[in-house]
Design a binder for this molecule. Structure first.
Ligand code: CU
Length: 287
């Protein structure tokens, strides 16, 4: 859009002699109309995007979650990372929108000359944007690692159920996926089986997950549990449901024609209700 000869002289890095100090040049740059326009656009876009992030979390909670400490950690992570990412996203969009419309060349119009020095060699500017983007990157990595450690601990790591600390009095559930249903077996309760996942509230559950045919993925949505169900192998995870209610269980791995319908209910109930359900099903032993 800009003709080669029309590039403003002030847009070139200045000669090292006789130039105003960084702070002065930064102030002048900030006074440029396009810089102001982009800053204002960034603020407006941020204000539009933040409620969208909130809507996503609200939609996630529309089905009754979070129903476990793991899901609470996941949601907090989504909220914090969204809030931190919104201004960056808004800034990128603001620059893009201004580039598309603010600098649109109108035929016959003179290309305006810039009225202050370029920012790209400004010490304060360079230090600031390097420091801010590094701090953000470190924050994202640190938050991610801490949240991951927390989630791993709350889902009892990746140890097999029989190597987990048993003093937590865990319930063990063997989960089997097959095209296109889930089956849940309770080995501590005379191998009672069910196609709805019944769980007692506030008690750790260890899942042994496997598949009879292709790869499925065991996804207890509001409990924040998601792990592959592989044929010929057992994968382990766990969770402590902390909310009574009816939740969703889905397959999260494309597994064939009826993959989308490979879903069932999770029924989290008080321990005594769970015990009577087990008895009804003929599971005499109550571990
Ligand atoms: Cu499946």
């Amino acid at each position: 859009m800009t003709e080669p000869g029309a590039v403003g002289v002030t847009d070139e890095p200045e000669a090292p002699t006789n130039r105003p100090d960084s702070e002065h040049r930064l102030r002048q740059w900030l006074r440029r109309p396009y810089v102001r326009a982009i800053v204002i656009l960034t603020l407006i876009l941020s204000l539009v995007m933040l409620p969208l992030g909130w809507l996503i979390v609200a939609a996630m909670n529309g089905t009754g979650g979070p129903a476990s400490p793991v899901m609470s950690s996941i949601q907090l992570t989504i909220i914090v990372l969204t809030v931190a990412a919104v201004p960056i996203t808004a800034f990128v969009f603001a620059v893009m929108l201004y580039s598309l419309f603010g600098w649109r060349h109108v035929r016959g119009e003179q290309v305006p000359k810039d009225d202050s020095p370029a920012i790209r060699t400004n010490t304060i500017g360079v230090v600031l944007w390097t420091a801010v983007s590094s701090a953000l990157a470190v924050f994202f990595v640190a938050w991610g690692l801490v949240a991951l450690a927390q989630i791993t601990a709350n889902s009892y790591g990746t140890l097999p159920a029989n190597e987990q600390p048993q003093d937590l009095d865990p319930l063990i559930v063997n989960v089997t996926g097959q095209q296109w249903v889930w089956t849940f077996e309770y080995p501590q309760h005379d191998r009672v089986t069910s196609d709805v996942l019944y769980l007692p509230v506030d008690r750790p559950v260890y899942f042994n997950v496997t598949s009879k045919d292709v790869i499925h993925n065991f996804w207890a949505v509001e409990l924040g549990v998601k792990i592959d169900a592989n044929p010929g192998a057992v994968t382990q995870t766990g969770v402590t449901p902390n909310k009574v209610g009816t939740f969703n269980l889905r397959c999260a791995e494309l597994c064939g024609m009826h993959h989308a319908y490979m879903q069932t209910r999770i029924q989290v109930m008080p321990q005594q209700d769970f015990t009577s359900w087990v008895r009804e099903m003929g599971g005499g032993r109550t571990a």
